[in-house]
Ligand binder design. Structure first.
Ligand code: MEV
Length: 336
């Protein structure tokens, strides 16, 4: 039996602007997705989100991957991924099957596998649940079949899986789940650089609610905005990201807060915030802290910061939310 795991992620700053080739600073978090794999005739996947499990053949999975590739290509040509998302929403099972089909094709594997997914990352909450799975699944299947993949090769496969779920993801999420630590990520020109900012303290993650829209839908919503309007906000987030790195390195709390709040203001102007996130951001700013949405937005989680993290925790609890105990900058994908 093989067991692997990949961490979730949190954007310290740079979500959405990273899709437009701006940099992002992303940390791997201490919530992980575990996949165990055993040899088997056909393919079986067990996961709590699949009401038990599903069984299918490698042939069916590869055929669904072919369909997903075709649809992705059509959507890419039209710069509209809604048809892909509509198809994916119809059956979570089929998305998983297509993903496994893609992994089998990429790894040139025809053998079966019995897979079990156990994730501690809240689903669809901006913490990289899909990216961690997109990293852990191919790693498990590769290990099971004795295929040695470099982290770069694994990350390339994970990115292809992320494209099924999100259309045109930046690749920042899967890269963080793959390489771990804290990375400075840029889509094009491609840059994945581990940054040394020391131990990050004072950050608190809080779960808000199930997002109103999926990551792919929110990325599409931003893509549909007036280009000039969108570019101004992306430039502002990008400038804040550039300034964030020295602020993190020098533990300049005042600057970190100012930059996070700039990011949140601009994300809200892009239309990816929601009532609850706005309220929490206001309350946290009220006690001298900072808060921003995580990932695509419209719910999910928020990242808050204050030199005294207890102040954030108290405020969050008073508002009726529960802070999550999460460490930032942890190890990437690994064999357990
Ligand atoms: C989602 O976690 C982050 C986004 O920037 C999308 C992406 O980078 O692919 C919203």
């Amino acid at each position: 039996m093989i067991k692997v795991s990949a961490p979730g992620k949190v954007h310290i700053i740079g979500e959405h602007s990273v899709v437009y080739n701006k940099p992002a600073i992303i940390a791997a978090i201490s919530r992980r997705c575990y996949v165990t794999a055993e040899k088997s005739r056909g393919i079986t996947v067990k996961s709590p989100v699949l009401d038990g499990g599903v069984s299918f053949s490698a042939k069916e999975a590869k055929s669904l991957a072919g369909n997903a590739d075709r649809l992705w290509g059509e959507c890419f040509a039209k710069k509209d991924f809604m048809p892909l998302f509509k198809e994916m929403k119809k059956s979570r099972e089929n998305v998983l099957k297509a993903g496994i089909g893609k992994i089998l094709s990429e790894l040139d594997v025809n053998k079966g596998a019995s897979l079990e997914i156990d994730s501690g990352i809240p689903f669809g909450a901006g913490l990289g649940s899909s990216a961690a799975l997109a990293v852990a699944l191919p790693k498990a299947i590769a290990e099971l079949n004795g295929k040695k993949l470099s982290l770069d090769e694994l990350n390339d496969i994970s990115y292809k899986l992320e494209q099924y779920s999100h259309g045109t993801p930046s690749g920042g999420d899967n890269s963080t789940c793959c390489f771990g630590n804290i990375i400075w990520f840029q889509k094009e020109p491609r840059m994945i650089k581990t940054v040394d900012v020391g131990k990050l303290e004072g950050f608190v993650i809080v779960y808000i609610k199930k997002p109103e829209k999926t990551t792919g839908e929110l990325v599409q919503l931003v893509r549909n905005l007036d280009e000039d309007y969108r570019s101004k906000r992306m430039d502002a987030i990008s400038k804040a990201t550039e300034e964030m790195l020295p602020a993190l390195k020098s533990k300049n709390g005042k600057k970190i807060k100012q930059l996070m709040n700039i990011a949140q203001e601009n994300l809200a102007e892009l239309g990816v915030s929601c009532k609850e996130i706005d309220e929490i951001a206001e309350a946290v700013i009220g006690i001298g802290g900072s808060a921003k949405l995580c990932g695509a937005g419209s719910g999910g989680t928020m990242l808050c910061y204050h030199e005294d993290a207890n102040k954030i925790k108290e405020t969050i609890k008073q508002l009726g939310y529960e802070p999550m105990e999460v460490e930032l900058g942890v190890e990437g994908v690994r064999k357990e």
